[in-house]
Write a protein that binds this ligand. Structure first.
Ligand SMILES: *Cc1c(COP(=O)(O)O)cnc(C)c1O
Length: 395
């Protein structure tokens, strides 16, 4: 990083994160380049966001075209890409109604409010939502209140009340968490930030049954797992379960700020003013979302993610014995493995030096979430660099 940029970074950016001393300038496909022209193979993928890779032609084309037509119209009017995209997204996912937002946390806020609205209208004012240990749902105050991240229960008190946390994959604990005030259960089908922890099929199916018996809503946060990432368009398809509400963000915009909350016809119950947002259904975002989804469908990216994920797991399995890696897991291109020691940070830093971006959601876990367009060749290249990195860090 040049001196000038270093000074700005240290003096002008509000400190919220420890970032490496590099500045990214451009990207293409699986590669991202810093201002010194150094190339990095990107297996972070904008945090499971850049499903089509860096700077895909489809997004450039959609943005350029829409920017020349209409950038913003106000959320109080319909706009053309909003209606066209709503049709495409609801048809593709099998849901009936969609609310658009800009970030995952905002989509989840919409889901909390819809669940509380349901409780108000149909369940005597019930408002409690059961969520899970290690869960991640975003960083607004309500979303943080829904999270089960260790240590967060003590942050920014007092929290938004009404989120009851129970152990993941434990159906008895969910049942014990029910009170007359419960209106919904919310989970990530695969806990991403928690370290790629998959919900068990029997657990998800029993949850659906339990929610039906008690008249509770089942909410899936598919912000990380949605739109092809796990090898299906929606991760709920792996379980043969239909949630009442799902939230999408990250990959849905391929890097453009876009999120959605999808639900059923029965839950079309908001009154005017209950929910909204200046950038809800913003035309540029709608045009990009439509282009990204069309590309996901046209290139059959869920299927490809499944194939490439299986290939990636095979390649990791080849080196696992040598470095004591264990528990290689995940679905599609949301993959993680455990390290023999808590050296995640050192491994991420060494990989960065060697031109590879990977992520360590916990000190003993490495997570990989590349573009859904990743090729076998790029996976081979990643394995080569990772092998060198592990040799250095673990021996
Ligand atoms: C990233 C993420 C969020 C938060 O999304 P933002 O766009 O950062 O607000 C919520 N839930 C899950 C499962 C996520 O992975």
């Amino acid at each position: 990083m040049s001196n000038d940029y270093s000074i700005i970074a240290n003096q002008s950016i509000l400190f919220t994160a420890i970032r490496p001393e590099i500045v990214f300038e451009c990207g293409k496909g699986m590669y991202i380049y810093d201002i010194d022209g150094k190339r990095y193979l990107d297996f972070v993928g904008g945090w499971a966001v850049n499903c089509l890779g860096h700077s895909p032609a489809a997004i450039k084309k959609a943005l350029t075209k829409q920017a020349g037509l209409l950038v913003n119209a106000s959320p109080s009017y319909y706009n053309k890409p909003m209606l066209e995209y709503a049709k495409l997204l609801t048809e593709a996912t099998g849901f009936s109604r969609v609310f658009f937002a800009s970030t995952g946390a905002e989509a989840n806020e919409g889901a909390f409010k819809l669940a509380r609205k349901y409780g108000t209208k149909f369940k005597n004012g019930a408002y409690e939502i059961i969520t899970f240990n290690q869960a991640f749902h975003g960083r607004t105050l309500a979303a943080m209140s829904a999270c089960g991240k260790e240590g967060w229960d003590r942050l920014f008190e007092p929290k938004v009340p009404g989120f009851i946390k129970v152990p993941f994959n434990d159906i008895a604990a969910v049942r014990d968490g029910f009170t007359p005030k419960t209106c919904a259960v919310m989970l990530e089908p695969i806990q991403g930030e928690g370290g790629v922890i998959e919900a068990e099929t029997s657990f998800v199916q029993e949850l659906r049954q339990l929610c039906d018996e008690h008249g509770l809503l089942l909410i899936f946060d598919e912000i990380q797992t949605g739109l092809g990432r796990t090898g299906k368009l929606l991760a709920c398809e792996h379980y043969g379960v239909r949630p009442d509400i799902i939230t999408l963000a990250k990959g849905i915009g391929g890097g453009f700020p876009l999120a959605a909350m999808l639900t059923t016809e029965e839950l079309n119950i908001f009154d005017p003013g209950d929910q909204g947002g200046t950038y809800s259904s913003q035309p540029l975002a709608m045009a990009v979302g439509m282009a990204v989804l069309n590309e996901i469908i046209a290139l059959d990216l869920p299927e490809k993610a499944g194939q490439m994920g299986a290939y990636l797991i095979d390649r990791l399995s080849e080196i696992k014995g040598r470095f004591g890696l264990s528990n290689i897991r995940g679905k599609g291109l949301l993959i993680a493995f455990d390290l023999p020691e808590a050296k995640g940070k050192a491994i991420v830093d060494t990989a960065l030096n060697k031109g590879l971006l990977i992520n360590s959601p916990r000190p003993n876990i490495i997570r990989l979430m590349p573009a859904l367009t990743v090729t076998e060749k790029e996976i081979d290249q990643m394995i080569r660099i990772l092998t060198k990195v592990l040799k250095k860090a673990i021996g």
